[in-house]
Design a protein around this ligand. Structure first.
Ligand SMILES: NC(=O)c1ccc[n+]([C@@H]2O[C@H](COP(=O)([O-])OP(=O)(O)OC[C@H]3O[C@@H](n4cnc5c(N)ncnc54)[C@H](OP(=O)(O)O)[C@@H]3O)[C@@H](O)[C@H]2O)c1
Length: 89
């Protein structure tokens, strides 16, 4: 199975990266430089290349205090992106 992990540079993503050697399928650990999940075109291009069976979405908006002012950005990343990923995988 081909697994994409978003948020590969974050705490959770790094935990998956540290376990990737135990997985016998293919795991692609992606940071936001590899795929910005808020840019649908980028997600489509990367998914077309990798053809993932599963996406583990560890990319997230974690600047909790900043979310009070950057509400649109937080809403997009927390609420809309997971739906987009679900529809595109
Ligand atoms: N850490 C835990 O113990 C834990 C436990 C349970 C659940 N969780 C959940 O796991 C998720 C990640 O938590 P975390 O602790 O790993 O957070 P984190 O260390 O702050 O990492 C957040 C990740 O999201 C990425 N990201 C942000 N904006 C992005 C974008 N537009 N496109 C692609 N990637 C983007 C960041 O990439 P850049 O660095 O490149 O911006 C980073 O890799 C959250 O939903 C959290 O609630 C975490």
């Amino acid at each position: 199975m081909r697994i994409v992990v978003t948020g590969g540079t974050g705490q959770l993503g790094k935990a998956f990266a540290s376990l990737a050697h135990l997985y016998t399928g293919q795991m692609f650990i992606l940071g936001s430089r590899d795929m910005d999940v808020t840019i649908e075109r980028q997600v489509i291009d990367v998914f077309n290349q990798i053809l993932p069976d599963v996406v583990i979405h560890a990319g997230a908006y974690t600047a909790v205090d900043a979310a009070e002012t950057a509400q649109d950005e937080a809403f997009r990343l927390i609420c809309l992106v997971p739906v987009t990923l679900l529809l595109l995988v």
